[in-house]
Write a protein that binds this ligand. Structure first.
Ligand code: ATP
Length: 305
């Protein structure tokens, strides 16, 4: 096969517990991931030389993000292709074409999603035949969120997020995402977390029992009350205006409202499609929102289409 197309979802963190910084500079995390219906696509086409190239295209006008996605070896999709080639000894080249819908630097793991998609697409077009498990090992080397984006659905994330284990979950949830005009650097938010917490005891992170019980029961109202994010204070310290966005969604009756990962995307849980439309409408006039998107989760991880 000379080309393959892979669809890959964004992730949200239903809870994000962050522990004290480790010796290697990473923070231990305890999170529950959910893959949501907001997809990038990566098309891989085999070249007849050894080059690996990437182009990035976006249909989303309101956010000027394509400009900050590198179209060179720094692109995570290219790094993924190179790692797969190293691991398998393949000498083939590939053209990667990314269609970007997931917000860039939005706390929804868009770069990691493209890396996961690139692993699946290149494994297919190069005929390298690695199993899903073997791809997950490579994924963990590429970034904390990459293994989950292969996996999809709902899952508990441990370690620095890269160890993914199953979670008992029921139900399909209605989400509204409020995208900000500018991204927020994950690194900067963790640095702010460390600054704020210097001299304070930071407990080991845990996944709240109430959140696991809500997911087991498929209870959207209970899930809304159990959403949590330890990076909130740090992200709001860097972007105080995000608290207005969160308040607008709460006033519109959201069952729960938090920042997605390190932000700045804010996410709101709705009880059904109509409620989701009401929340989206309320947010659409908020000055801090570049774009408002209604979505559903969970959805599967990176898949060939
Ligand atoms: P996370 O939620 O995993 O912390 P994020 O969603 O906040 O990450 P990303 O969209 O993954 O952030 O991008 C972070 C940075 O990575 C971007 O500013 C960009 O320069 C770089 N990058 C490299 N490759 C990609 C890619 N394929 N898509 C998006 N960003 C990429």
């Amino acid at each position: 096969m000379s080309s393959a197309n892979v669809r890959v979802p964004a992730k949200i963190n239903l809870c994000l517990g962050v522990g004290p910084v480790r010796g290697d500079g990473y923070h231990p995390l305890a999170t529950v991931y959910q893959a949501v219906d907001l997809h990038d696509e990566v098309r891989a086409t085999v070249r007849d030389d050894e080059q690996i190239t990437v182009t990035v295209h976006s249909d989303v006008d309101a956010r000027s993000e394509v400009a900050i996605v590198p179209e060179d070896d720094d692109n995570l999709a290219v790094r993924a292709a190179r790692l797969l080639r190293e691991r398998t000894g393949s000498t083939q080249g590939v053209d990667l074409a990314i269609r970007k819908v997931i917000p860039v630097a939005g706390g929804m793991a868009g770069g990691s999603a493209d890396a996961a998609a690139s692993l699946v697409a290149c494994n297919e077009v190069w005929g390298t035949g690695l199993s899903r498990q073997a791809l997950e090992v490579l994924a963990a080397r590429l970034g904390s969120d990459v293994p989950f984006l292969l996996h999809g659905g709902n899952a508990i994330g441990g370690g620095r997020g890269e160890t993914v284990s199953p979670v008992l979950a029921r139900g399909s949830y209605h989400w509204v995402f409020a995208m900000a005009h500018d991204g927020l650097s994950t690194k900067a938010v963790f640095a702010e977390f460390d600054r704020i917490n210097a001299g304070r005891p930071v407990p080991d992170p845990v996944v709240p029992d109430a959140l696991l019980a809500a997911l087991r029961a498929g209870d959207a109202e209970a899930l809304g009350s159990a959403l949590s994010n330890d990076l909130t204070e740090a992200a709001l310290s860097l972007r105080p205006e995000l608290s207005d966005t969160l308040s607008i969604g709460i006033e519109a009756g959201a069952l729960g409202a938090i920042l997605s990962g390190s932000g700045p995307t804010a996410l709101f849980l709705a009880s059904d499609a109509e409620h989701s439309l009401d929340i989206a409408f309320a947010l659409s006039s908020a000055s801090g929102c570049a774009d408002v998107v209604q979505s559903r989760g969970p959805v599967p991880g990176a898949r060939l289409t």
